[in-house]
Design a protein around this ligand. Structure first.
Ligand SMILES: Cc1cc2nc3c(=O)[nH]c(=O)nc-3n(C[C@H](O)[C@H](O)[C@H](O)COP(=O)(O)O)c2cc1C
Length: 316
């Protein structure tokens, strides 16, 4: 079921699902630079059943887009199965796979029994995976954490539950729910998950350049790596990692190239969503601006822009 997603001779380099960031424009820019596998942000299965246009817009795509993974969250097996049918109908050939979010630590998600809360109820998690696999015509994967907290470390057993219920691959983020995004991601835990199952495993957490990518792959033996924060404002990181994996010399982008890419990102996003999207674009631009000469001053000016023309005048 993972044919076309994983290849035996090269690890998969993936863009993480990130709420508010992993839209079509950003996925495209990362893919252009070598990301093999890109995910939508997490999408509410319940929201899809209500046929919420706002929810469906989260996996908006176009004909020229390549197939991508859609991540769903929810905790009712039947709701997820029904949501899969909607995603499949909407996306057709553009849907590569469905990912189930069992790692989100946000109180409004986990407090509702969704996301990482499912790690406390592996039986229910197994039923969700089984129902989704049964409903889907594409591979189903699961993304989860090291455990709920230090008293509940069950990533290996959880990975086996996913495998036993038909998951095609899993992603392990090497932090507990209690850690949220702090502390170091635990590579030993990622390695243990890899050993625990025979389906492909993607290692996630603290991969932000070629060195951390190679170290993570070497220390965990995983079949791929997934980048979240390291890719924000830096889609170039995929080219850097790809070059390192292929043994090629990598030339980092100049500031001029970074600025050009940020503006291209803005043009693409605003052409798709309209000028009002400039507000949500600001957080992407803030990441592109990191390290730029006079970044703080420029950020204030960029944040005051209301149209693409204004942005191009200020930063063009
Ligand atoms: C802004 C932001 C939004 C995120 N949204 C999601 C999400 O929608 N689904 C998900 O599974 N993980 C989400 N994550 C977690 C990332 O996918 C990833 O697991 C985490 O950031 C660790 O990887 P990193 O160290 O490479 O950032 C999010 C993380 C960030 C920073």
């Amino acid at each position: 079921m993972t044919k076309g997603i994983f290849s035996a001779d090269r690890p998969a380099v993936c863009l993480a699902p990130m709420a508010g960031f992993s839209d079509r424009t950003f996925r495209l820019l990362c893919r252009e630079r070598g990301a093999d596998l890109v995910f939508s942000e997490m999408i509410s299965a319940k929201g899809l059943l209500y046929m919420s246009e706002k929810t469906r817009a989260l996996y908006f795509t176009r004909d020229e887009d390549a197939p991508f993974c859609v991540q769903l969250f929810g905790s009712e097996p039947e709701t997820l199965a029904n949501a899969v049918a909607i995603v499949e109908r909407d996306l057709g050939e553009k849907l590569l796979s469905i990912d189930l979010n069992m790692g989100c630590p946000a109180p409004k998600i986990a407090g509702n029994g969704d996301g990482s809360a499912l790690m406390l109820d592996p039986k229910l998690a197994g039923r969700i995976v089984a129902a989704t696999v049964k409903a889907a015509h594409v591979p189903v994967s699961v993304k989860f954490r090291k455990g709920w907290d230090d008293e509940h470390l069950n990533a290996e057993a959880f990975a086996r539950v996913c495998e036993d219920n038909g998951a095609a691959f899993v992603t392990i983020h090497g932090r507990t729910r209690a850690q949220m995004y702090s502390g170091k991601a635990d590579r030993a835990c990622m390695a243990a998950v890899k050993q625990a199952v025979s389906i492909p495993v993607i290692a996630n957490g603290d991969v932000h350049d070629a060195a951390s990518a190679l170290e993570t792959l070497r220390e965990t033996g995983c079949d791929g790596i997934m980048l979240g924060r390291g890719a924000l404002g830096n889609p170039f990181v995929f080219a850097e990692i790809r070059a390192a994996l292929d043994g090629r010399v990598y030339t980092p982008p100049t500031w001029e190239e970074r600025r050009e890419t940020a503006l291209r990102h803005a043009r693409m996003a605003l052409a798709e969503k309209g000028d009002h999207a400039i507000v949500e674009l600001r957080k992407h631009l803030a990441f592109y601006l990191r390290g730029f000469p006079e970044a703080a001053k420029l950020r204030i000016r960029v944040n005051s822009c209301k149209t693409l023309e204004e942005l191009e005048q200020i930063w063009g």
